[in-house]
Ligand binder design. Structure first.
Ligand code: EPZ
Length: 425
């Protein structure tokens, strides 16, 4: 895929967007297929994204056979699996760490190169490892890889130091294949956790309390084939709603669960943006709108999502007045601020807090995406700015936004991919 696009901004975006399946639900559900022994996990509404293909390549390396077409995926898992994961795949995507628990539970062993940090922070996996040790795994760190082994795991109570999404998911999957009752305390409450829990229930485990901080799992020694539907992507849907706000257009996102967007909807209403919710759609209508600055803090679900922090910051760059944003989930998720300032954003970083002073005009220029959500936010900035914006580093964006060019053009965006020599493709 091309790595650069050009956007001619300043046009109101108008129309309706069908929400994709959630990347961050599909990835753990795919990993949970490893819990099967000679079984098939079928997934519906899987988004066609770079990260999904990376996870599929990793599962194939371990021995699974995968078909993926039109949003439908089958994962056939043989009796015997490899348990040594390849560094080139693992380092490409942090979510590769989600195969750790299933491999230890299924094979009694796993070797996983430590996933690197990225633009949004150091991103260790110590909570994952602590939980596995708690269940009876032995963990050694050798030459930058995790070496895990066990003679047999025991169901038990696992208390997470932080409601980590990935650690909760690894513990859920491990406990599902460990006979007996496990309890995960201080669990993450994201909708993606419930989607994985539903998948594990369909495979034969008992999982109760998902969506709350305490999840009870009664695991079993053999799980069975199942079919599971992936939930809609709340971050993708929110990104398009914010595109509607920033361009003062009218955007409806459909096939979404409005409850998933509650934190954003509350913040938008606080800023004076009218939001309509009906059935499985959410709409914003922003013709001629002026919105106010707000104060917000990113938090684990149901708090304001950190994956929406760059995008809401972009919208607040155009608010009437000042906003204060506190990123509390990651230790450094402000790499995008420098690029926003190059487009005219008035932003001041004060420790882990950012003060945004709204301006009436953003100017197009060439900018570079540092990570997935920063890239999406830069596209929003370009859609709202006057003149032309060239966004580079799109390889980050293709990881999480399915059919982005088609979707953006369908709502009126003047947006084109650039060949390497700057000509439009
Ligand atoms: C998931 O990452 C998402 N990724 C991230 O989305 C999302 O930003 C994050 O949850 C928070 O909502 C997927 O689901 C594939 P965490 P994850 O464990 O599981 C620290 C996107 O754009 N931590 O909840 O890695 C960690 O450093 C991506 O789609 C530890 O210290 O997030 C962070 O500061 C970006 N030790 C905080 O906890 C650990 O063992 C939350 O991380 C694990 C995490």
């Amino acid at each position: 895929m091309n790595d650069r696009m050009i956007i001619r901004g300043g046009r109101p975006l108008i129309g309706s967007i069908v929400t994709q399946g959630a990347k961050n639900a599909a990835l753990p559900v795919m990993a949970s297929a490893l819990l099967l022994r000679g079984g098939r996990l079928t997934l519906k509404r899987v988004p066609d994204l770079q990260d999904i293909h990376t996870m599929a390549d990793l599962l194939r390396h371990l021995g699974a056979d995968i078909t993926f077409a039109g949003g439908n995926m089958t994962i056939d898992v043989p009796d015997e699996l490899k348990w040594d994961t390849p560094a080139d795949l693992v380092r490409r995507m942090r979510a590769s760490s989600l195969v750790l628990g299933p491999l230890v539970a299924r094979c009694g062993r796993a070797v996983l190169p430590l996933p690197g940090g990225c633009a949004i922070g150091s991103r260790p996996i110590d909570f994952h490892l602590k939980g596995l040790v708690r269940m009876g795994a032995e963990i050694d760190l050798e030459q930058g890889s995790v070496h895990a082994r066990t003679g047999g795991l025991s169901a038990t109570r696992i208390c997470l130091d932080f409601p980590s999404v990935g650690a909760t998911e690894n513990m859920l999957m491990t406990a599902a294949l460990t006979p007996g009752e496990s309890v995960i305390e201080n669990a993450a409450r994201e909708p993606e956790i419930s989607n994985l829990s539903q998948s594990l229930r369909l495979m034969g485990a008992t999982v109760e309390g998902d969506g709350t901080s305490t999840i009870r799992v009664v695991g079993t020694s053999r799980l069975q084939s199942a079919t599971v539907e992936i939930i809609p992507d709340r971050i993708e849907a929110s990104t398009y709603l914010l595109a509607g706000v920033m361009t003062r257009g009218e955007i409806t996102v459909t096939d979404i669960v409005p409850e998933y967007l509650q934190a954003l909807v509350c913040k938008l209403e606080e800023a004076g943006v009218p939001v309509e919710t009906s059935g499985n759609s959410v709409s914003v209508s922003c013709k001629g709108l002026k919105w106010n600055g707000v104060t917000l803090k990113t938090l684990p679900y149901p708090g304001f999502p950190t994956d929406l922090q760059p995008q809401i910051m972009a919208a607040l760059c155009m608010a009437e007045g000042t906003s204060v944003i506190h990123e509390s989930v990651f230790d450094s998720r402000y790499v995008h601020v420098a690029e926003f300032k190059r487009m005219g954003g008035k932003i001041d970083i004060q420790g882990n807090t950012v003060v945004v002073t709204g301006v009436h005009k953003l100017m197009g220029t060439e900018v570079r995406a540092s990570d997935l959500r920063a890239g999406a936010a830069l596209i929003l900035m370009g859609l709202a700015a006057g003149g032309e914006t060239v966004v580079c580093g799109l390889k980050h964006v293709w990881r999480g936004y399915e059919s982005l060019m088609e979707k953006m053009k369908s709502i009126g965006a003047d947006i084109e991919l650039l060949a390497d020599d700057k000509s439009a493709v």
